[in-house]
Design a protein around this ligand. Structure first.
Ligand code: AAO
Length: 497
């Protein structure tokens, strides 16, 4: 922002540079309480198959029909407009690219954008792709062309994942079509990609596609900026393919993270918070600089993908906020937070029979808008976990603490922990069922009164929640009751009252 100064039809302030410190260096971008400067991972943006049985499931978005931007979320024009408006607010968009396959085998028809396809002749006229552009059963080696054995890397990469028609990424033509699609997204201003089912593609093929990608759009990014890429590779160990085969290409999802954090906060498998001091690499996960970490994702919050029953979601809201707070406070990995819609579960035989239900939609199956209420959270079935005060304030904490290590670890040997991030922030979590956390702890912070960003917000210089007083020696008295609604206290240099 800059103040305009109009004289004679001209803004005499048109030269003003970005926010800078006294030495003229550009200042960082602080995230405010409304969470307005943030980034978002969006659903697959390209045309997909219209699935009517079950009726318009969320997962139809993972069955590409063409690379036209035309889905039940909107048209090409609407997508471009969203990316532009988000970029203007400093919100970066990362698109989920489904490039391992097209739709599932069986049938023919028209996609959400009207493009014709036929899964028997392997014709996808909107690209176009034809029979030569798919891996055949010979290359795959199983009788029905589907993946049956995750212990066989060739099967995982050359056969069909749940019967989805497997693209031949060794082909120059196929690579070109995919790169064109991704470059189109780059040209309209997206900042990067989540690469779906990366485990099902050969790292060499992905390297060839990524090597063709353009630099980001200079209307929004400094010249020479490269797309940020994170790949979905499920590696819980014990299979033929490991995440380390992909780390030279970008960030890789770390599925052990959410599964283990679920065990810790649920106190299963003999786990407790006191064990978290070396969470991450110390637990057999990827190196800090390679890992993309998350508590849950769109698959495992509903029993798809990997992680199983331990995964915490918005349905376990108290534990979920605790796990997110830990993730955002703890210096490991590149973090991602889930943002969901609600659906009614229907449990039968240990499975949710409603796990397919799609987002809030109108009568024609088009996804409805997300209304924001006066609490700053969402209505009409959108959960918007990223807007919950506890979660969004912890995003600020993470940004404020970036680049500072973990210090002053404290635990009670069981389910109470605390630590600081250098002299930038301090967090304490009490996951005991009944006993209070009541201790005087080293916060690493300078003396003063700080607003606890879990129980409230810093607003007009005052705190709407608990105030924590740090003494001249950096210590503060911390009290968190066992039955506190959110048994967490978090303060940072930006929350000083
Ligand atoms: C739908 C129907 C299918 C139908 C298909 C085609 O449900 O019945 O055959 O259409 O007509 C999503 C949905 C699918 C849906 C698909 C297309 O989840 O149900 O199929 O859209 O509409 C594997 C992949 C991983 C994938 C995950 C779901 O490796 O890439 O399955 N995730 C992505 C997306 C996801 C999407 C797709 C890919 C497809 O995030 O939303 O599918 O574009 C093991 C393997 C994992 C494997 C899982 C599940 O995991 O390691 O690689 O994930 O199995 O098959 C323990 C183990 C762990 C194991 C896990 C689950 O935790 O330790 O290793 O159990 O068994």
């Amino acid at each position: 922002y800059w103040d305009q100064w109009w004289e004679g039809g001209k803004d005499k302030n048109d030269w003003i540079g970005p926010p800078a410190d006294g030495s003229g260096n550009t200042m960082g971008v602080p995230i405010n309480n409304m969470g307005t400067c943030d980034n978002g991972w969006v659903s697959p943006a390209n045309e997909n198959r219209v699935i009517t049985s079950p009726n318009r499931p969320w997962w139809e978005r993972y069955q590409p029909i063409s690379y036209h931007l035309n889905t039940r979320s909107g048209s090409d024009e609407e997508f471009k407009d969203m990316v532009h408006r988000c970029n203007q607010q400093g919100v970066r968009i990362y698109v989920d690219v489904v490039i391992n396959h097209m739709c599932g085998a069986g049938g023919s028809g028209h996609g959400t954008g009207g493009s014709y396809f036929n899964t028997d002749s392997l014709e996808f006229s909107g690209v176009p792709f034809g029979a030569n552009d798919f891996n055949d059963c010979g290359t795959c080696g199983t009788s029905d062309c589907n993946i049956h054995n995750y212990g066989d890397a060739n099967q995982v990469r050359n056969c069909r994942l749940v019967a989805l028609l497997d693209l031949k990424l060794s082909s120059d033509y196929v690579r070109g079509k995919i790169a064109d699609y991704m470059n189109y997204l780059i040209s309209i201003g997206v900042a990067g990609f989540r690469v779906d089912a990366a485990k099902h593609m050969w790292p060499g093929d992905l390297a060839a596609v990524f090597g063709r990608l353009s630099d980001l759009n200079t209307a929004y990014f400094p010249s020479g900026s490269r797309p940020f890429i994170f790949m979905e590779v499920i590696d819980l160990g014990g299979e033929a393919i490991s995440s380390s085969e992909y780390t030279h290409l970008g960030r890789v999802t770390e599925f052990k993270y959410g599964m283990q954090l679920g065990y810790v906060f649920r106190k299963q498998n003999g786990q407790k918070l006191a064990h978290l001091g070396n969470f991450g690499e110390g637990w057999g996960m990827q190196p800090d600089n390679n890992a993309l970490v998350f508590v849950d994702n769109h698959d495992n919050q509903r029993g798809h993908g990997a992680g199983g029953q331990s995964i915490l979601t918005f349905r376990d809201s108290r534990l979920y906020k605790m796990a997110n707070a830990f993730m955002l406070a703890f210096p490991y990995g590149f973090v991602r937070m889930m943002s969901s819609f609600y659906w009614d579960q229907w449990w039968e035989g240990g499975k949710d029979k409603n796990d397919w239900i799609g987002p809030p939609a109108d009568g024609s199956g088009n996804t409805m808008g997300v209304p924001i209420n006066n609490m700053g959270t969402c209505d009409n079935g959108w959960m918007c976990e990223h807007r919950w005060r506890q979660n969004r304030n912890m995003v600020t904490f993470r940004n404020v603490a970036a680049g500072h290590g973990m210090y002053n670890w404290w635990d009670n040997g069981n389910n109470q922990i605390a630590f600081s991030r250098g002299d930038r922030g301090f967090i304490a979590i009490n996951n005991e069922d009944w006993s209070a956390l009541d201790a005087t702890l080293q916060t690493g912070l300078s003396a003063g009164d700080y607003c606890d960003i879990i129980s409230g917000d810093l607003s007009n210089g005052g705190c709407t929640g608990k105030t924590i007083t740090v003494g001249g020696d950096g210590r503060a008295h911390i009290h968190i009751a066992g039955d506190d609604e959110d048994p967490i206290i978090a303060i940072h240099v930006g929350s000083k009252v």
